[in-house]
Write a protein that binds this ligand. Sequence first.
Ligand SMILES: [Zn+2]
Length: 201
Amino acid sequence: MDFVDVVVAVGVIGLLLRGLLRRGFTSGSVLLALVFGGLGLWRGLGPGPGWLVWPAVALVAVTVIEFVAAGIMGSRLPRLPMTEVKAQLLADSRSADGRRQLTLAVAPGGAVMMFGVWPDRASRDAVMPGGGCPVCLVEEVTAELAGPDTEALAGYRRDRAAGTNRLVVLTRRDDDGWDAALEPVQGSPKPFRTAGCPVHG
Ligand SMILES: [Zn+2]
């Protein structure tokens, strides 16, 4: 096994484990996985060790399946302008029989995840941004409900800038004010990469 095979084997097996353990792909990691999958197939079928074919095939298969599944999930979600989602969330959160708790997050693919608790029910919803920036939505709703100076908002921005996505948990107090707190996300902690947002780039 020469040096190229060692590098390819480490890359293929590392990416395969990462893909299996940590769900959520960015376009960059899909490309990297396909490049290493291709290199693994080339070395395994050609001049390198034959066993390299199997992790390379698994890596390509896992990547394609996850990518297609994410695409199907994303295309099934409703698409709404972020301004409309924001207006709906704020109207409900300020009405007497509205949500008592609202958990907001932006998934790595850009969908806005909303978990709401009402006095009589709870529901989990998701929308794809059909115009507007999902990260702005989370920050603006947090600022509107818990105040622009809430520590959670500063923490959300700081962690996101450092490469760690967060859930914002907004809880209505008895006086109808709101408290905000941060929680870790399940799955990939990679923040959604925004495009064309004047605030987030
Ligand atoms: Zn933004």
